[in-house]
Design a protein around this ligand. Structure first.
Ligand code: C5P
Length: 242
């Protein structure tokens, strides 16, 4: 399967399935099951620490797009060098915590990569597990909304390619940052599916209408009785909302 990254992705390419699975064997089974229903996969820390980086590289070589959700945050030199290494793996998206210094280092690392890397850097503004009280406890006096807005603007200034935000924030953040930034939204639940541990959820259609460019969906696809059918239904909803 060959799927070239596009500037204006098709509805199918706007669905990113989160492979939140404990082993490469299970991830491979899921990718096989999904077949051509899904072209874009997210590999997070759990799978990355279980051989998932090699698996992600193979997935990218097979023509799929890969989102490496590694949420980098370290001193600038380390982030720059780590990003340069990640740029070799063939991934499309890499997450970095949206501190100005950290994002700027990742952008330099990607630019310093020797080959033609299509890697795009996404800033994680404020983790959705954080509320105002958690930020205060961690030493940040501003609340979540103000901090997300500040970091979104800073991410744009630092040269990031996009942001991870909740779909509920998409319309507001799109109004703050230019069209160049890709808005990638987790917390997606098709109508009638369980929200599980996600507190603020939106349907695929509503998220697209709110301005999301890409939707990250995990369990509604991977835990479905028929994952490929669940993915196709989400793609159809993206298509009719586009
Ligand atoms: O299974 P579910 O659709 O809830 O999975 C959502 C995915 O998006 C998970 O991999 C989760 O870690 C990720 N994510 C999230 N909320 C964020 C950032 C990432 O749910 N703010």
């Amino acid at each position: 399967m060959t799927i070239a990254p596009q500037s204006s992705p098709s509805p199918r390419d706007r669905l990113i399935v989160a492979l939140d699975l404990p082993s490469v064997a299970e991830a491979e089974r899921m990718v096989d099951q999904l077949g051509d229903a899904v072209t874009f996969y997210k590999v997070g820390l759990e799978l990355a620490f279980a051989g998932g980086l090699q698996f992600a590289t193979a997935l990218a070589r097979s023509g799929r797009q890969v989102f490496l959700d590694l949420k980098l945050h370290d001193i600038p030199t380390t982030v720059e060098r780590a990003t340069r290494q990640v740029a070799d793996l063939g991934a499309t998206f890499l997450t970095v915590h949206a501190y100005p210094q950290t994002l700027a280092a990742a952008v330099r690392g990607r630019a310093g990569h020797a080959g033609t890397s299509g890697l795009q850097i996404l800033g994680v503004t404020v983790m959705t597990s954080y509320g105002d009280a958690d930020l205060l406890e961690a030493g940040y006096a501003d609340g979540v909304a103000a901090t997300v807005e500040r970091r979104a603007r800073q991410a744009e200034a630092a040269g990031a390619d996009g942001l991870i935000i909740s779909a509920e924030e998409a319309a507001r953040i799109r109004g703050l940052v230019g069209p160049r930034l890709q808005l990638v939204t987790p917390g997606i639940r098709p109508a009638g599916t369980a929200s599980q541990d996600q507190k603020r959820v939106m349907t695929p259609g509503d998220a697209i209408r709110a301005g999301a460019d890409y939707l990250v969906v995990g369990r509604p696809v991977t835990a479905a009785a028929d994952p490929a059918a669940a993915a196709r239904a989400i793609v159809a909803e993206i298509q009719s909302a586009s």
